[in-house]
Design a protein. Structure first.
Length: 66
């Protein structure tokens, strides 16, 4: 797992450990203001920069609540 911070967002990248696992990107949205377009751009950036092995990666946005 990688832990990154992009645009003030905490991002976790989980790689496949087993053939049946899937690569996942989790965005922790502290202010509940991440759009799906921004999230897709972040995933594309991570793929282009080599953080992801697959272009079709599972994406999850977790809205933090206080």
């Amino acid at each position: 797992m990688y832990g990154l911070k992009i645009n003030e967002l905490e991002i976790e990248v989980h790689h496949k450990k087993h053939p049946y696992d899937e690569e996942r990107v989790i965005i922790l949205d502290e202010f509940s203001d991440v759009s799906s377009l921004e999230a897709e751009k972040i995933v594309n950036y991570l793929y282009l920069e080599g953080f992801l092995d697959y272009e079709n990666t599972s994406l999850e946005i977790i809205k933090k609540r206080y």
